[in-house]
Design a protein around this ligand. Sequence first.
Ligand SMILES: [Cu+2]
Length: 169
Amino acid sequence: MNAKPPLIFLLVSLLSMSSVQLNASIVVPEADVIISKAKILLPPPPQSAAAMYMIIENHQADPITTFSAKSAIAEKISLHEMTMEKGVMKMREAKGLTLKAHSSLTLEQGGAHWMLESLNEPLYEGQKVPVTLCFNGSCQSMTVEVVHPMKEQQQSQGHGHNHHHHHHH
Ligand SMILES: [Cu+2]
């Protein structure tokens, strides 16, 4: 068969492309996701649950179709969305949520959020909570600061240390 020359040609063209494409998300099939402005709002007593907000940027060529999170601080973390039911805002688990390629999702007060359920210990202001986030099953760990709802406004300006950019190989 004459399969060899085209294969070699393909390899050569891939190699010559590699210097340009090395950092392109298409080379790495796992998540290439940037998280910014992450924060957990200090919940009122008795602190049964807490909401976590962030901006999720999907820099992959593929959509993100599964979202999950875990932390030692909570029994369970689920992604919630807000819906209007008979004039009342209600939250429910966001199932079937998709974050398109090269787009971002803003989780903010009054909208979609991560819900930290059944907290294992009381949270305190300024606490750095280790959280693992998984997108399409590819996970990254980060710490998220607990902020007081009343001081939240100042916190959201400046402060770059919640900005994480991970490449998985
Ligand atoms: Cu919720």
